[in-house]
Design a protein. Structure first.
Length: 275
């Protein structure tokens, strides 16, 4: 039986290494939508970074953003739900990390936050803030630079910890034990020394379950795709969770099935079973 709700991660899953949705995959997604299946996205990206992806799709999907902290409707440019870390928690996280690594230094590590705002078109330098020690990625075109006190003064969807001399798994092993899981959820979606911390109990699976309830779809009728540790919960939750071939072993372990890589039409190959 074909799935009634399909939810895909974006980077490393829906997109190939050139940041493109292949024509083959676009066709299968369009066929799924025409058949009555709901297709949505679930990403670690903020909703402000969806436009280059949405421009490649023949429909406008509801999207779980910021690892489940934000549910966004791009058709109406509306934030439907948000789950934020409060300033006291943000300050506690920063203090715990600083206790281990010392004061944030431009040469060592830094913090970032994603503030939700109200629109995908809010100014980047008001929503994505970093401390001087945070090394932004090439695609981080706009951001504000502030000190830790200012960074943690307003609720945020995520607080980020970045350390260039460690990979994300190493940084996770240091940072995660410092933080009470009753207060936060810690994960990562890339390997370049970046940890993402959100509200407790909030992850992509909680976002996908909200989508399923919205559409009246049973958990067993949900199909999810992902490739990184921040996808583990949604792969395990869905009736069928599919991991990409080049995902880490812990991601494969959470999935029901492993497909080919994003550059070898991994998502499309699975969808071709039904569409």
């Amino acid at each position: 039986m074909a799935p009634r709700l399909i939810v895909s991660d974006i980077d490393g899953t829906l997109l190939d290494s050139n940041g493109r949705v292949s024509p083959r995959l676009r066709d299968k997604l369009a066929r799924a939508v025409r058949s009555g299946t709901h297709v949505c996205l679930a990403t670690g990206r903020p909703h402000r970074w969806l436009t280059p992806v949405l421009d490649q799709l023949p429909f406008t999907p509801l999207s779980v953003c910021a690892n489940g902290a934000v549910l966004y409707d791009p058709a109406r440019d509306e934030v439907l739900a948000r789950h934020e870390l409060q300033p006291d928690t943000l300050r506690d996280i920063a203090a715990a990390v600083q206790e281990v690594f010392g004061p944030a230094s431009p040469s060592e590590y830094g913090f970032g936050v994603e503030r939700v705002g109200s629109s995908a078109f809010d100014p980047e330098d008001e929503c994505f803030l970093i401390t001087p020690g945070y090394s932004p990625d090439l695609w981080d075109i706009g951001y504000g630079v502030v000190d830790v006190d200012e960074l943690t003064s307003v609720p945020a969807a995520k607080i980020l910890v970045r350390r260039a001399d460690m990979n994300s798994a190493e940084l996770f092993d240091v940072v995660a034990p410092l933080i009470d899981p009753a207060d936060t959820h810690v994960t990562y979606s890339m390997n370049d020394g970046l940890i993402e911390i959100s509200a407790p109990g909030i992850n992509k699976a909680t976002g996908v379950s909200t989508l399923a309830a919205h559409y009246g779809v049973h958990q067993k009728q949900v199909l999810t795709f992902g490739d990184m540790p921040n996808d583990i919960e949604m792969l395990a939750w869905a009736g069928m969770g599919v991991a990409m071939a080049d995902a880490a072993p812990i991601v494969h372990d959470a999935a029901d099935f492993v497909t080919t890589s994003n550059d070898d039409f991994g998502v499309a190959r699975v969808l071709e079973r039904w569409f």
